[in-house]
Design a protein around this ligand. Structure first.
Ligand code: DX5
Ligand code: ZN
Length: 216
């Protein structure tokens, strides 16, 4: 019913060569690129915003999966749409009116996603599933790459998969050849990997291992 999508997290790339790094990942078999947007407020780190997406878009047509770790997600919808973002994934913890935000994202021409932090129960997104294209279950505390995979988040993935057999369920944080089999068995199909792809000896092989685990 669902298929693997492997989305390298560009947070682990060399930002000084973002266009080249993006093309390299597409050449290695990436389905989409995961763009980690942090505002220094929702999470204790600052990364990139719409101006960088706009620059990157000139170098690639690939689907840009934008993970908005920001406190006021309503504020950036139009800028990201204009910059060429493909999917705008906000955190459920950051908004008071998720249905209105989803409508705003769709009206701007992007796909919509909802992300759930480790401390947030998955049940809060059930009613939103029919309105969005993807749900993101965090498997680390958002803010930094290279953290340890939180296996205890997988029951959230399993509950979601049982209720929604065709949903695109994304997992993000600590995914690699060592952790993918458990995440795939729980039902995740959209796999974000930063360290697991960029620091692998062979990124193409790393992407293939992740894909094979989901499609098995
Ligand atoms: C963490 C980000 C992740 C991060 C994943 O806040 O949302 O996308 O880049 O990096 P790894 O795969 O190294 O855990
Ligand atoms: Zn992310």
């Amino acid at each position: 019913p669902y298929q693997a999508k492997i989305n390298p997290s560009m947070l682990s790339s060399d930002f000084a060569y973002l266009g080249d790094e993006a093309k390299r990942m597409v050449g290695c078999g990436a389905d989409c690129l995961h763009m980690d947007v942090m505002d220094g407020h929702f999470v204790p780190n600052i990364t990139l915003g719409a101006p960088i997406i706009k620059c990157l878009r000139k170098h690639t047509d690939v689907f840009l999966d934008c993970h908005m770790m920001v406190s006021n997600p309503e504020q950036w919808v139009d800028d990201f749409a204009k910059a060429g973002a493909s999917l705008y994934c906000f955190h459920i913890e950051a908004t008071k009116d998720a249905p209105a935000l989803i409508d705003k994202i769709h009206a701007a021409g992007m796909k919509a996603g909802v992300a759930v932090k480790p401390g947030t129960p998955v049940e809060v997104v059930f009613d939103l599933v029919p309105k969005v294209e993807q749900i993101l279950i965090m498997t680390v505390e958002p803010g930094f790459g290279g953290q340890k995979f939180m296996e205890d988040m997988l029951p959230k993935v399993a509950i979601l998969r049982e209720k929604f057999p065709d949903l695109d369920i994304e997992v993000d944080g600590g995914l690699s050849a060592e952790t993918i089999d458990k995440a795939a068995a729980a039902g995740a199909n959209v796999i974000v990997a930063g360290t697991g792809v960029f620091h692998a000896p062979d990124p193409s092989e790393a992407i293939q291992i992740l894909r094979d685990s989901v499609n098995r």
